[in-house]
Design a protein around this ligand. Structure first.
Ligand SMILES: [Zn+2]
Ligand SMILES: [Zn+2]
Length: 244
């Protein structure tokens, strides 16, 4: 049996480490939450959204621009913040690479507030971008899945929209997208990396999907997932991420 360090840290973290290292806000360092309400309010937001296909044209909600219509599967990409912003990249980094799943809650709340502000069209359901099982075992949680659940809880909770987990499977273990160089390399890296599990077809036929991930770099991961979801019958697929 291999030792699962992140899961072990999380277990310890729930007990002893809380008293040894109490939870501090990443923004203001006060002891209360990983991101306190005040800091969340000032959390830097992205003011302009761009077409996810050409990455150039500015569109109101991140929809595909007129000249890119029909070229790709993703219908739009809404990014709430800029990844180059130090507070956002630190929050995402702490969440993912220091294995602190509790940060999903404030980040999901923040993402929900930004999505409401942007007046995005309501989805029928949320689908998180999957992790490869090997990476999932190592990390102990899928950051996109927890984020989707936190977003669903904060965004239109009265509608009770489902978070459809495990309907997309990641079949290829790929290099981290951060470490691959060009968009072409990323595309090659991810070609056919996802499949749709057949028993879920009835759930997504004709549905408007919000595809959730923590960060988008070039949008290639989201595009690949969108392509698979569309061929399974989804009506529209809109990417929703914390930052890009
Ligand atoms: Zn704070
Ligand atoms: Zn475009």
């Amino acid at each position: 049996m291999s030792l699962n360090l992140p899961a072990l840290f999380q277990k310890i973290g729930e007990g002893t480490l809380d008293t040894l290292f109490p939870i501090r806000c990443l923004g203001c360092d006060t002891y209360q939450d990983f991101l306190c309400e005040t800091c969340l309010d000032f959390f830097p937001r992205r003011l302009r959204q761009r077409c996810p296909t050409c990455l150039k044209a500015v569109t109101p909600r991140g929809e595909v621009c007129f000249s890119c219509l029909g070229k790709n599967s993703l219908d739009g990409l809404f990014a709430a913040g800029h990844y180059r912003d130090p507070l956002i990249s630190e929050a995402v980094h702490t969440y993912k690479y220091r294995f602190i799943p509790a940060i999903a809650e404030p980040l999901g709340k923040w993402l929900s507030a930004r999505s409401l502000e942007a007046d995005l069209l309501l989805p029928d359901l949320y689908i998180p971008v999957p992790l490869h099982p090997r990476r999932l075992r190592f990390r102990g949680f899928n950051q996109a899945e927890l984020l989707a659940e936190a977003l669903a809880k904060a965004f239109a909770p009265e509608l009770n929209l489902p978070v459809l987990k495990n309907c997309l499977l990641r079949t290829r273990y790929t290099k981290s997208q951060m470490k691959t160089r060009s968009r072409e390399e990323r595309l090659g890296n991810l070609k056919n990396a996802f499949i749709f599990t057949r028993e879920n077809v009835s759930f997504i036929k004709g549905k408007n999907v919000w595809l959730i991930d923590d960060v988008a770099t070039t949008g290639v991961t989201l595009e690949e997932c969108a392509r698979v979801l569309k061929s399974a019958g989804a009506k529209s697929v809109f990417g929703i991420v914390l930052a890009r």
